[in-house]
Design a protein around this ligand. Structure first.
Ligand SMILES: NC(=O)c1ccc[n+]([C@@H]2O[C@H](COP(=O)([O-])OP(=O)(O)OC[C@H]3O[C@@H](n4cnc5c(N)ncnc54)[C@H](O)[C@@H]3O)[C@@H](O)[C@H]2O)c1
Length: 372
């Protein structure tokens, strides 16, 4: 198979869809890998590193789309890339089609086989290609929060770990899933006083066990959240109700009780945020202040740690790409159910029920789409 990796062109996107190790594996399986010149530069990977592992570096993305059986990307194609996609081509990337009717229409018209990272799903409902970015964002939340607690950044002038003889900073984490767990890990590592709040008692039991009591766990209710955020120097928002907007757990009223110069990092801002006063911000202008509390609400946090994020993402995405290349898409989805759930469009049909429903269009089971 010919596999092509164009350079990402979306603003502030520095990741790339393959690591040099992935090129080596594909080449050793007998595949040809084309990569656009400079595609890895935003992640600190030079063209020569890809070439050394067997990739051919191509000047123009147009040529990559024209020659490849499978195009691997990070973000959805942008309108300037639409004309390059070819009928029947496999596109393996984050697609988020439910909210992108125009993109969906183009992929359907061109009969693209679109495998969306975000809907690749294991039997237990987990989403393995979303986990790495939650790990990155959770760990970053403490890093960013700690930075804005510095006086010079407008914060309370607190070092999260304290020092002998001085109490540590207090961190309250709302939601103990992948983001919350990773935030807790970093906060504990920094020496902070950590409280984690979740609505799932089994999850709290797990966190209590894993951290051997080093993280205080609390059931999610108004009373506990109010007390935890009042005491906190840093609050991390990390809740998720799949498919729904995040609930406002930290209300405007609670915000008024928080200390001046304390910090909120609302990681779940991509689902609307769990803080009533949150609104999305960007890496170029990441924070704003309400009632003396610094709000950091960047919706694509992993973007600025692009090298780590590229390797984290490709560790998870590459094994599926290799299966598609080795087996062909039809055999791969037949053998690997999580991958089959990732196929959103195939041969002019919408093959993911939830995506079809969101777009208000008909759904066609994948097996049927492949028969037509
Ligand atoms: N800003 C970014 O750059 C960025 C990056 C990655 C992920 N995210 C977002 O972070 C959010 C969390 O992701 P995740 O992977 O940790 O999800 P997850 O499903 O692993 O965890 C969510 C947790 O929230 C808990 N929860 C649900 N309702 C709650 C409530 N009322 N009170 C307390 N806890 C509650 C759940 O029990 C679960 O443990 C998602 O919205 C995700 O999209 C943002």
């Amino acid at each position: 198979m010919i596999i092509g990796i164009p350079r990402e062109i979306k603003q502030d996107e520095y990741r790339v869809a393959i690591a040099p190790s992935g090129v080596k594996s594909l080449a050793s399986d007998g595949h040809k890998v084309l990569i656009e010149k400079g595609a890895g530069v935003g992640s600190g990977i030079e063209d020569e590193e890809y070439q050394r592992e067997g990739a051919e570096v191509v000047e123009k993305s147009e040529k990559i789309f024209a020659l490849s059986d499978m195009v691997m990307k990070v973000k959805e194609p942008l309108p300037q890339e639409y004309p390059f996609l070819r009928e029947g081509q496999i596109l393996y990337t984050y697609l988020h089609l439910a909210a992108a009717p125009e993109l969906a229409a183009m992929l359907l018209e061109k009969k693209i086989i679109g495998v969306a990272y975000e809907t690749v799903q294991e039997e237990d409902g987990s989403l393995p290609l979303l986990v790495p970015m939650s790990e990155v964002a959770g760990r970053m939340a403490i890093h960013e929060g700690g930075k804005y607690l510095e006086r010079e950044k407008g914060g309370r002038g607190i070092l999260l770990g304290g020092v002998p003889g001085v109490e540590p900073g207090k961190v309250a984490i709302l939601g103990g899933g992948v983001v919350g767990f990773n935030a807790a890990k970093m906060a504990v590592g920094a020496g902070a006083d950590v409280t984690l709040i979740d609505i799932n008692l089994n999850r709290l039991r797990y966190i209590d066990d894993i951290f051997k009591g080093r993280v205080k766990t609390l059931m999610s209710n108004h009373h506990n959240i109010e007390a935890a955020v009042r005491a906190a120097d840093l609050v991390v928002g990390a809740v998720l109700i799949p498919g729904a907007k995040a609930p406002y757990l930290l209300t405007r009223g609670m915000l008024k009780t928080m200390k001046s110069g304390s910090v909120i990092v609302d990681v779940c801002i991509d689902q609307g945020g769990c803080v009533e006063t949150s609104r999305p911000t960007s890496h170029s202008d990441p924070v704003y202040v309400v009632d003396g509390v610094i709000h950091y609400c960047v919706a694509n946090m992993p973007g600025v740690v692009s090298r780590t994020s590229t390797f984290a993402l490709t560790n998870a995405t590459f094994p599926y790409a290799r299966k598609i290349a080795d087996l062909g898409i039809e055999k791969a989805v037949m053998n690997i159910k999580p991958l089959a759930r990732g196929v959103n469009v195939a041969r002019g049909h919408l093959t993911h029920r939830a995506v079809a429903e969101s777009l208000g269009k008909g759904y066609c089971p994948l097996e049927k789409a492949f028969l037509t």
